[in-house]
Design a protein around this ligand. Structure first.
Ligand SMILES: Nc1nc2c(ncn2[C@@H]2O[C@H](COP(=O)(O)OP(=O)(O)O)[C@@H](O)[C@H]2O)c(=O)[nH]1
Ligand SMILES: [Mg+2]
Length: 313
């Protein structure tokens, strides 16, 4: 998530391609051979495509709709079957390709609330997100809202020290909503542009987790009803179809405005992105394709499809 030069884009694209290679293998390994030279869909190819798409966790609904579009004839004359499949798959992702835009003016701070179950990559992504905000000339503050784990507080503090970003913390076990309220006050008094709030992902029961999040969401409105936070749900691509269940639960609790889909590099189930796009219709803001800083990427549907279809370098 750095400069804009063509070489840099190339570098990021290669990381993306590499990160998606397991999903690509799942989707297209013998399908590649089946495709070769074919201009029409025979039942064998269709069946094989369907099987691979389900194995890559696209889910039944979106698999059926992609194959239906593919069967309904060539979009452009002269395009190959493979190109038409790319187009159909792109049509699923395009509606959720809406990158997060940091407001140029207006109410401060702009709030990014990180939500998601334990271990999906919330805390580690905050440092990368903060760097992304700073690159756009924004001042940033972090709120250590995961008061459940001392390590999460330290993790943020270390990042803050290293990059000269203020971090609002309280002791372990403190009320998370209170930490975030504190941070909101501090951010406003210091005229900070962007406040990124961490939250805990593991509480005694899932019900508690949702209650705590609802309380946090309410505290933001209580602080200033005009703030429209980016409620960013972080999902681990490796959980496959379970990511959909999580998305529905979190959306019902706090209203999700964006999705960050992490760990695409560790899974062959990257097809879940298509199911998320179709079933939730919530913008996918960022994707994670590895653990390096540049592996947290702004989601771009065209690059994603291209990376999925190109042979991994
Ligand atoms: N391979 C890979 N690892 C990731 C990615 N995103 C996060 N992680 C790792 O996931 C682990 C858990 O992250 P953490 O931020 O502590 O999760 P949290 O519980 O949601 O805050 C860390 O080791 C991260 O480095 C990704 O896109 N790919
Ligand atoms: Mg964390």
């Amino acid at each position: 998530m750095q400069e804009n030069s063509p070489t840099h884009h190339n570098h990021l694209f290669n990381r993306l391609k590499h990160g998606l290679s397991r999903t690509k293998d799942m989707l297209f390994t013998d399908v590649d051979k089946l495709f070769s030279g074919k201009q029409s869909l025979d039942p064998d190819l269709l069946e094989s495509l369907e099987e691979h798409m389900l194995m890559a966790d696209l889910g039944i609904n979106v698999t059926a709709s992609i194959l239906e579009e593919l069967q309904s004839g060539p979009a452009k004359s002269g395009s190959s079957l493979e190109e038409r499949l790319q187009e159909s798959m792109l049509h699923v992702l395009q509606p959720v390709d809406k990158p997060l835009a940091l407001p140029a003016s207006g109410i401060k701070p702009f709030v990014i609330l990180m939500a998601g179950v334990n271990g999906v990559g919330k805390t580690t992504s905050i440092g990368k997100l903060a760097a992304w905000c700073k690159q756009q000339g924004k001042s940033v503050m972090l709120a250590a809202g995961d008061t459940f784990r001392a390590a999460a507080i330290e993790q943020l503090q270390n990042w803050g020290k290293r990059h000269d970003v203020p971090v609002v913390t309280q002791h372990k076990g403190a009320d998370s909503a209170a930490v975030i309220f504190d941070a909101l006050q501090s951010a406003r008094s210091k005229d900070i542009d962007v406040l990124i709030a961490d939250t805990a992902g593991r509480l005694h029961t899932q019900g508690n987790l949702m209650d705590e999040l609802k309380k946090i969401r309410k505290v933001i409105t209580k602080f200033d009803p005009a703030i429209e936070p980016e409620c960013l749900l972080v999902l681990d691509a490796g959980t496959g179809q379970n990511a959909l269940t999580q998305a529905r639960q979190f959306d019902a609790a706090i209203g999700i405005t964006g999705i960050m889909l992490t760990k695409l590099d560790g899974t062959a189930k990257g097809g879940i992105i298509f199911a998320l796009a179709r079933e939730m219709g919530i913008p996918i803001r960022f994707i994670g394709v590895g653990e390096q800083a540049e592996d947290l990427q702004v989601f771009n549907s065209r690059d994603f499809i291209q990376a999925l279809f190109e042979t991994a370098a």
